[in-house]
Design a binder for this molecule. Structure first.
Ligand SMILES: NC(=O)c1ccc[n+]([C@@H]2O[C@H](COP(=O)([O-])OP(=O)(O)OC[C@H]3O[C@@H](n4cnc5c(N)ncnc54)[C@H](OP(=O)(O)O)[C@@H]3O)[C@@H](O)[C@H]2O)c1
Length: 273
């Protein structure tokens, strides 16, 4: 039995789908099973990552777990107690910076460290920027102008389905234990490049306008706590996070190349219409 946390999210939903496709027994962890749409044959199980004891029913009899970072290390104690042998943890590229003073890097580094110390088998999956982040632009895309910050910063954006495919291999085979996997798409793209590719996929004109830092900061402060806003400015304005370097992880682990942003944009075009 494999338990998938974040099972209603961009990556976890794909982990569930791909595991179910191979006939693997899967439990989809969610805070609200009544609302969760899961594939046939998959059980949605209630649990809150913020309350490790609540995970006991989900973890009972599980052998492997897909987990998100940023939660209590007591989750690993619960997993060990339940007999789990292997955890695949999704952190991110910032875990490689070693900068614990950065709020985002800090929670990823802490969770990775706790997992390493837990005695469980582990694989760290460190995706770069998700292609799905472009969905934040959906209203602006509809209006024909996308204003977004960090015009000159390229990111090797990655399809969550490819992140999931790497995670799935690490969940079903012991071959990936003790490995730290940077997961990237096939090309590093600046925000303007991504907008141009979206425009091509949608078959209409969309303009990209670089958003000044002060305007972006004010907007982000309405959406997340200041330490996280500061963390993203440190990454992208101060250049503390390299998301442009390409890695062959997807092809090495799954045997097929990562999807391009154009592939993703064509497949998800309706979500911008
Ligand atoms: N976006 C990026 O570019 C990027 C890049 C690198 C790493 N990451 C990391 O990726 C993660 C986000 O992944 P995602 O996009 O797949 O997620 P997402 O789409 O934002 O969905 C969040 C998922 O987490 C679950 N969740 C949230 N709080 C929970 C709690 N207290 N207990 C149980 N489940 C909880 C939600 O499940 P329910 O609501 O159903 O309970 C949902 O399935 C974050 O950890 C982020 O740091 C993101």
């Amino acid at each position: 039995m494999i338990v998938v946390a974040g099972a209603t999210g961009n990556v976890g939903r794909e982990v569930v789908r791909q595991l179910a496709q191979t006939g693997q027994p899967v439990r989809a962890l969610t805070r609200d099973p009544a609302k969760a749409a899961v594939p046939a044959g998959v059980t949605a199980v209630a649990g809150d990552l913020g309350d490790p004891a609540s995970l006991r029913p989900a973890l009972a009899g599980a052998t492997a777990v897909f987990l998100l970072s940023g939660y209590s290390p007591d989750i690993f104690t619960e997993a060990s107690r339940a007999g789990v042998r292997r955890v695949v943890l999704m952190s991110g590229g910032s875990a490689e910076t070693g900068d614990r003073s950065n709020a985002v890097a800090g929670y990823m580094i802490e969770t990775e460290a706790a997992l390493r110390a837990s005695g469980l088998g582990w694989t760290m999956v460190r995706p770069r920027m998700f292609m799905t982040n472009a969905l934040q632009w959906a209203d602006q895309v509809r209006a024909g102008v996308v204003r977004a910050p960090w015009a000159d910063v390229p990111s090797a954006v990655v399809d969550p389905a490819d992140i999931a495919a790497v995670a799935v291999q690490a969940l079903v085979s012991a071959d990936h234990e003790g490995r730290e996997y940077p997961v990237t798409g096939p090309e590093a793209l600046r925000p303007g490049d991504r907008v141009r590719i979206l425009a091509e996929a949608l078959g209409r004109e969309i303009r990209y306008e670089p958003q000044p830092d002060d305007e972006a900061r004010a907007e982000m402060l309405t959406q997340m706590p200041q330490p996280y806003v500061d963390a993203f400015f440190s990454f992208y304005s101060d250049g503390k996070l390299d998301e442009a370097t390409l890695f062959p992880t997807v092809i090495d682990v799954t045997g097929r190349p990562p999807r391009t942003f154009a592939d993703w944009a064509r497949a998800n075009a309706d979500r911008f219409r």
